[in-house]
Design a protein around this ligand. Structure first.
Ligand code: FAD
Ligand code: SIN
Length: 529
């Protein structure tokens, strides 16, 4: 089946839906999402969205905090754009129906997280993402120009490659004409031709054993763009959240929001000793890269499998009032956070890198935009400041929409794109092999490409990945397509990009720490300044 739309949006998180809502007044929009419309990382966001709302906060303070967290690798122009536009984008979310918590005075109640010098995080208790998603989905479902295709999986974006024309990475003139979309129930692959395509496919956490990300976070957008020869950058900067609930049987790992540390909870050892001051004067509220690395070091020194977050000294009523989700979840595993210390361990949480975009979220491929976690705008540099990612998604989906609205009427559909060809493909009866390869990949990435890296570990990782890569490509070429196989292929691409880029960075900076190069160099690889 073929379909034509003005705007194809791949992904239904904050990046996808906020873009869709903006362009829908101008043309026909199709949002495809591989799961239910609300199954996104956005839904699980707890802490909130950072924005400058009231004095004593200022844009300059938020800019400075972002630059410091990014360890001298942020693109300062992008940081300035994002933060000066933060208040407008937050007001828009509110206009669309999002409710952020307020004080009795009517002012927004602002929280603080690691690396922030002021209270500036707007939130809805500790379930901010679910509230944003509720408002966005409600708005999008009621827009006559937006069609949402749930349980539809984007396999690849369409470009000259599908017309038999070879292209090389990053060369000007590569164009995007839409995407092949798999409807797994019918097995049919749709050809959706679009004038403008937005990748809003979210993160990559599934490439690791332990992650806070939902299962949908398989880096599909990054992998699709990579295969289409777009420029990808900064993939070595994988952010590990310092505090996920230690509960080894559970996947994804439940996040214990950093806002709890902003509220006064303190990281401690099994012997109830504070340790963060040893590593950073900001203690439990130092930027995430520092806290996660310190926890990793403490665990290695003590041999313990986790550390603790202590909230027992905080006012019980306020604690439950502000963190009902964390409180309820911990009770289900026998931990009362008002009486017990919470066992915590770092978990892969956020990909700072992704598809390289400019200040209007344009990728290096014409008519292809990327926003949200799959994009690399230059905002985060080597380490993202907490609660800056929902903000980044809102800002760059807005900018993408403004640019795309200007452009789309001048773009023609590429009718010559052939339909998906499944001739000669056979049903793969060894589905279990796909699952085993996925587990192998997650184990490679967690063992060799985690918080602390070395050249030897990275080489081992690449050698082992090569085997799974060859086996999977072989399978892909002859099998009738299915989601598990496509996701595995994408995860392998993502793993490859993380390892390769980590190998190229001969220094330790932000989230990338190598025991072979413990210092920063004066040369900033991939610097976007
Ligand atoms: P997502 O919200 O993940 O949406 C991705 C969408 O793409 C989904 O609809 C998915 O189905 C779809 N998709 C993916 N691949 C395909 C494909 N091949 N075909 C079709 N559809 C596809 N950030 C903050 O700023 N503040 C916070 O408090 C915060 N808390 C967080 C808590 C948790 C537990 C997690 C995991 C993340 C948190 N983050 C937070 C990070 C933030 O939530 C994400 O970076 C952000 O929501 C990403 O939004 P997105 O729209 O880019 O992607
Ligand atoms: C959290 O609530 O700790 C997550 C915030 C973020 O990832 O930005």
């Amino acid at each position: 089946m073929r379909k034509k739309v003005d705007f194809l949006v791949i992904g239904s998180g904050i990046a996808g839906l906020s873009f869709a809502l903006k362009v829908a007044d101008k043309g026909k929009v199709c949002v495809v999402t591989k799961d239910k419309v609300d199954e996104t990382a956005t839904k699980y966001a707890q802490g909130g969205i950072a924005a400058v709302m009231y004095p004593p906060d200022t844009h300059e303070k938020h800019i400075k905090d972002t630059l410091i967290a990014g360890d001298d690798l942020c693109n300062e122009e992008i940081v300035r754009i994002t933060i000066t536009e933060s208040t407008d984008r937050v007001k828009e979310l509110i206009d669309w129906g999002t409710e952020f918590d307020k004080e009795a005075s009517g002012k927004f109640e602002l929280a603080k997280e690691g690396g922030h010098s002021e209270f500036r995080v707007l939130h809805h208790k500790d379930s901010t993402g679910a509230e944003i998603v509720r408002a966005l989905i409600n708005k999008a479902k009621n827009h006559p120009n937006i069609e949402i295709l749930e349980n539809h999986f984007a396999i690849d974006i369409l470009s000259q490659h599908h017309l038999g024309v070879g292209v090389s990475r990053g060369t000007p003139g590569i164009k995007c004409y839409g995407a092949y979309i798999l409807h797994p129930e019918s097995g049919e692959v749709l050809t959706i031709l679009s004038k403008i395509t937005l990748l809003a496919t979210g993160g990559t956490g599934t490439v690791y054993n332990t992650t806070t990300n939902p299962d949908i976070a398989t880096g599909d957008g990054v992998a699709m763009a990579f295969r289409a020869k777009a420029i990808i950058e900064n993939m070595e900067f994988v952010q590990f959240h310092p505090t996920s609930l230690y509960n080894p049987k559970e996947r994804p790992s439940f996040l214990i929001t950093e806002a709890l540390r902003g509220f006064g909870a303190i990281l401690k050892t099994r012997k109830e000793k504070e340790f963060m001051q040893k590593y950073d004067p900001r203690g439990s509220l130092a930027p995430r890269d520092i806290v996660a690395r310190s926890i990793d070091t403490e665990m290695k020194l003590s041999g313990d499998e986790h550390l603790y977050l202590d909230a027992r000294h905080l006012n019980k009523h306020d604690l439950i009032e502000h963190f009902p989700t964390v409180y309820a979840k911990c009770l289900t595993v026998g931990i009362d956070i008002t009486k017990d210390m919470i066992p915590v361990v770092p978990a892969a949480h956020y990909s700072c890198g992704g598809v390289k975009v400019d200040k209007f979220a344009r990728t290096s491929i014409e008519n292809l935009y990327a926003s949200g976690e799959c994009a690399s705008t230059g905002l985060h540099g080597a380490n993202r400041l907490a609660s800056n990612s929902l903000l980044e998604s809102a800002v760059f989906s807005h900018r993408a929409a403004m640019d795309a609205i200007e452009k789309f009427s001048k773009v023609d559909y590429m009718d010559e794109i052939p339909d998906w060809n499944a001739e000669g493909m056979v049903l793969n009866e060894e589905m279990i092999l796909i699952l085993q390869s996925k587990r192998e990949l997650q184990s490679i990435m967690s063992s060799y490409v985690g918080i602390v890296r070395s050249d030897l570990r990275l080489t081992r990782a690449l050698d082992r990945l090569e085997i799974i890569y060859k086996e999977t490509e072989d399978l892909y070429k002859k099998s009738i397509i299915n989601i598990d196989l496509c996701e595995l292929r994408n995860l392998i691409n993502v793993g490859y990009l993380i390892i390769k880029m980590a190998h190229l960075r001969k220094e330790s900076r932000g989230l990338h720490y190598s025991i072979d190069y413990p210092d920063k160099t004066s040369i900033k690889l991939n610097s976007r300044k």
